[in-house]
Design a protein around this ligand. Sequence first.
Ligand SMILES: Cc1ncc(COP(=O)(O)O)c(C=O)c1O
Length: 381
Amino acid sequence: MGKYEEQFAEWFGGERSFAFWKGRVALYAILKAMGIAPGDEVILPGYTCVMDVNPVKYLGAKPIYVDIEPNTFNINPELLEEKITDKTKVILAQHTYGYTCDMDVIMEIAAQRSVPIVEDCCLAFGSKYKGKLAGTFGKAAYFSSQWNKPFTTGIGGMAIVNDQNLLQKIEELCSSGMCRPSFKEVAMLAAQLMVYRAFVYPRTTAMIQTVFRFLTSKGAVVGSSSTAEFKPIMAEDFFKAMSSVQACSGLSQLKKIKKNISHRKKMADLYDEMLQEKGWPARSYDRSIMEPVMVRYPLRIGQKEKALADAARAGVELGSWFECPLHPIETPLKMYDYTPGLCREAEKASREVINLPLHPRTNEKTIQRTVEFITHFAPPD
Ligand SMILES: Cc1ncc(COP(=O)(O)O)c(C=O)c1O
């Protein structure tokens, strides 16, 4: 086990973690090791990233979408039970934006129906539910360190496992069929990380994202997702290991993680405060049970499209995920077994929610400027 894996596992009080090229690869490894196969069903929220659904489809299983709870954007536990069938093999508990799922209720339903839980912690590194870290509830959990995530290694993923049998199976998978990133991919990623660290700030983000998307479409950079990944067909080199460049970056990020977490909490509290001062609603979650470490600050807004376009011109960093129930908007929903109307709260959230930055390069001024900008628009009706 590499040093990054060792320290990652240690952070969660576990004995072993597994590093991968991307978070979605970590999910694939977990599901494959769990024996997910054609005919099986995997439950997940209808407010996610299509890259999260791909591993389910790659293994021939069927994604079953559950609508979300409108304040936390997480799976609505009240709607969960009716979606469980004899074919359900996994419940994917995605902790959205940093809010933890209602784990007590979900765990109870899962236990009653003997369905294991896998936690998607890609947006919730360090979040706690009743004092316990997200990622330590389910049979396994996975993380992402892609550009927008709680900390970044450019792209990257990690799995932690809470089950001896599963641990052994993932170990076997990793030592048999996993490919390595090419020299070119690693060199490009290293260069991209340098550019990112030197130039990406709240005021430059929108412009750099546009350039990055263009270069990705030309194959000139290592993109977060290739065009091939917008179809549920697995590429030959999908199951890929993490490179040493990513692992080195991860190690240095882990050294700063406590500071990162307290910064995120402080900035999110500032948004709460400043938005409320302007008569806007702040975050709404049960503070007696949940201690979220938000990756971004989600906010509902009227005229979302206009707000995003104006922000890009004004150099205000606004994000927009999930733009449809299976982000991004280009996803061919039918191919992923999603019928419009299936998850109405998720679809509403997609129309209304933008997200505000909280990363280490934000400061009080960023928050103030962002709030000033946003509050010129109206909240949704
Ligand atoms: C909730 C969620 N889970 C998983 C992933 C996949 O992570 P990665 O991009 O590292 O494969 C994403 C995508 O960004 C995501 O938003």
